[in-house]
Design a protein around this ligand. Sequence first.
Ligand code: 2NL
Length: 360
Amino acid sequence: MAQWLPRSYPPVAYICSMENLVKKIEDYKAAINGFEAADAKAVEEFRIKWLGTKGIVKEMMGEMKNVAPEHKKQAGQLLNEFKLFAEGRFEAMKEAAAGQPSITGQQRDLSLPGDVIPLGSRHPITLMRNRIVSIFQRLGFAVAEGPEIEDDWHNFGALNLPEHHPARDMQDTFYVQQNPDWLLRTHTSNVQIREMEKGKLPIRGIYPGRVYRNETVSARSHCYFHQVEGLYIDENVSFADLKQTLYFFVKEMYGKDVKVRFRPSYFPFTEPSAEMDVSCFICGGEGCNICKKTGWVEILGCGMVHPNVLSNCGIDPNRYTGFAFGMGIERPAMLKYGINDIRLFGENDVRFLKQFTSAI
Ligand code: 2NL
């Protein structure tokens, strides 16, 4: 064979220019980036199309023979990079399809904002309860809670309610069918009785909670509602202490210009007993629908703890005296927030509840 002939014959046509290769890889990358795998089947199809034995990456590798020798190194690097890119996308899709988000996937935008977690809001009854309770806490009253299912003694007997008091009637109280001694408490006084029975004096406490009465449900009354009661027992506690404590409460709650009056009243568990009114904070005492044109709104009942109640709890009434009071939460909450139907409190309707997001 003649020595002068070229080493290969016929001469190789280097048909794949670098320009074409770069352009081709760019187009393929764009196609891969635009591809979204809906499910595992689509991921597998992606693998076969791009990474399979007859896939595009293999085919591109085959193109190497058409690249001029002086460009082979650069082309090899480009193709290798492209292969890694396609493999990376495939791995990310596989993980995503398996329900595991890939944090290594190059296509994931980690700067995107997270999912919004909707914030709840406090219930208007909770807002009003906290408001009342925190005023008494500042005077040194300690918060305590107790059971909503109670026995007859802690709800009625210890509170000096005679055997045939109308409040004990089935008409007014929910009894537990399996045990006639058990009932749903009708006030939070059961908590005070339990505190007094512990025998640790003095006692200065505030007792919020849910109570139950067998009432027909309407816009104005419900079969369950909320109360705050208070109790202060020590040596030498007088009616003057009761008045000053409640004056302070009213000024903090309704403002310093509000007037206060006490009316004599009757409760079996206090003697003497009174009801406390404040000058109407809606009309300022002029007379409106809320105060029924009287200029006064009743806000709580109170009195000196009956000596029988103290002895019932093992406290010596000759040494100790005390005062107690009780108020509802629903009515002041309705007046403050402009709520005209008591049933709204218990319906758990988000359209109602979310209106209190920024209320205090
Ligand atoms: C009202 C009136 C009141 C009490 C509750 C009480 C508790 C014990 C002893 C004595 Cl353990 N008294 N509580 C006293 C007077 C009135 O509530 O109108 N509540 C909504």
